[in-house]
Design a protein around this ligand. Structure first.
Ligand code: ADP
Length: 368
């Protein structure tokens, strides 16, 4: 069975072709800088890496280009060779608790959720619409970043705001990185030789964006990202948790606009805001005062979330580190675990694979 996974961003398309259920990657294509003169397509298969420098005007061109490169290198003939296309969709709101076959209604709902994810859902939707046009007879499946967290109890997902903010305006914690937390949960179950449904874990996805998740009996019961991916841990360029009144102060006393504050908190804060760098590798190497401070702050925040989730869960079978930083940086892992407060809990480092998780989801939907 051949399943393609599409992660369509505002200026990029990441495409992977899987042979399922083995999970073997047959090809990977990255289309970058869509709409710019420097756009390019990079195809990788086996040991090969081929760069196509066609100008990609839009997502339609991008997908067209992917197909022609795959054809040219005899990886597949056309989309009819596929059993399904799995699409990453960032926001599934309260509507989607599971991955789902895409039909008119699903498209309409993803569209209606755009106000909740104005940067991501339009690009995800664009990828879906183009794929349907190119491959109308292939099953298209949506996999949502929020779905894994959709079973959190109300006391976890509600903010202590007037209740109508939730009821009327859907303001609540949704959580993100769900495919990654779900993937490492299943991998942890294999490593620990337990059923997913009996595992209590704290999973830490530490990449450029970062989130922690408390998993009880295989279900996400709390997570650090909230209404948007801004809440929680200190990230590459996002502040994570701050006193919300700082935002009023910035507007009233410093005269910043809503957009300026939004951009500051999302793009100029976090590690970048403290030490002017957001790549943890560089920050560790540089080792000046501000870099050390930025890392100490990030580590402290992670510790606080682990402590909180240990209290919520009672029993924790393992703490899982994943994402670029979690997988690669023993400096950060050691700093987080320093002082032995997790004594007796297993520590796992698991490489995440969100694309494979999406392919697995597609496979299980096709099997039904
Ligand atoms: P994204 O959220 O963009 O998918 P990744 O999960 O790829 O991000 O993680 C990117 C982060 O991983 C960067 O901050 C980078 O510094 C960090 N990283 C990657 N390799 C290492 C390493 N060997 N040591 C420390 N940090 C690393």
């Amino acid at each position: 069975m051949k399943i393609a996974v599409i992660n369509s961003g505002s200026s990029s398309i990441k495409f992977q072709l899987f042979h399922m259920p083995q999970g073997e990657v047959l090809a990977q294509v990255l289309v970058e800088k869509i709409g710019e003169s420097s756009s390019q397509t990079i195809l990788k298969f086996g040991e090969h890496k081929i760069i196509g420098n066609y100008v990609i005007k839009n997502h339609h061109d991008g997908l067209e280009n992917i197909i022609s490169m795959l054809k040219e290198h005899q990886i597949f003939e056309d989309f009819t060779a596929l059993d399904a296309i799995g699409h990453r969709v960032v926001h599934g709101g309260e509507e989607f608790k599971n991955s789902t076959l895409i039909d008119e209604r699903v498209i309409k709902t993803i569209q209606e959720l755009i106000p909740l994810a104005p940067l991501h859902n339009p690009a995800n939707l664009e990828g879906i619409l183009v794929a349907i046009k190119k491959a109308p007879f292939v099953k298209q499946i949506a996999i949502f970043d929020t779905a894994f967290h959709s079973h959190m109890p109300q006391e976890a997902y509600l903010y202590a705001l007037p209740y109508e903010m939730y009821e009327k305006h859907k303001i609540r914690r949704y959580g993100f990185h769900g495919t990654s937390h779900a993937f490492v949960l299943k991998e942890a179950a294999i490593i620990l030789q337990k059923n997913v449904g009996e595992l209590n874990l704290i999973t830490l996805h530490l990449g450029n964006g970062a989130s922690a998740c408390a998993i009880e009996n295989g279900i996400s019961i709390d997570t650090s990202m909230g209404f948007t991916p801004l809440e929680g841990l200190i990230m590459g360029s996002r502040s994570g948790d701050i006193d919300p009144a700082i935002i009023f102060y910035m507007q009233r006393a410093l005269g910043l606009s809503v957009d300026e504050v939004d951009s500051m908190l999302n793009k100029k804060s976090g590690l970048l805001g403290i030490c002017a760098k957001n790549d943890v590798r560089t920050i560790i190497e540089v080792d000046d005062e501000k870099s050390k401070l930025a890392l100490d702050m990030m580590v402290r925040r992670i510790k606080k979330y682990i402590g909180a989730y240990m209290a919520l869960l009672g029993r924790v079978d393992a703490i899982v580190f994943t994402g670029g930083i979690g997988e690669n940086s023993s400096y950060i892992r050691d700093a987080v675990l320093e002082n032995g407060f997790t004594h007796g809990i297993k520590i796992l480092v698991i490489k995440t694979n969100e694309e494979l998780e999406i392919a697995n989801e597609c496979f299980s939907i096709l099997k039904k």
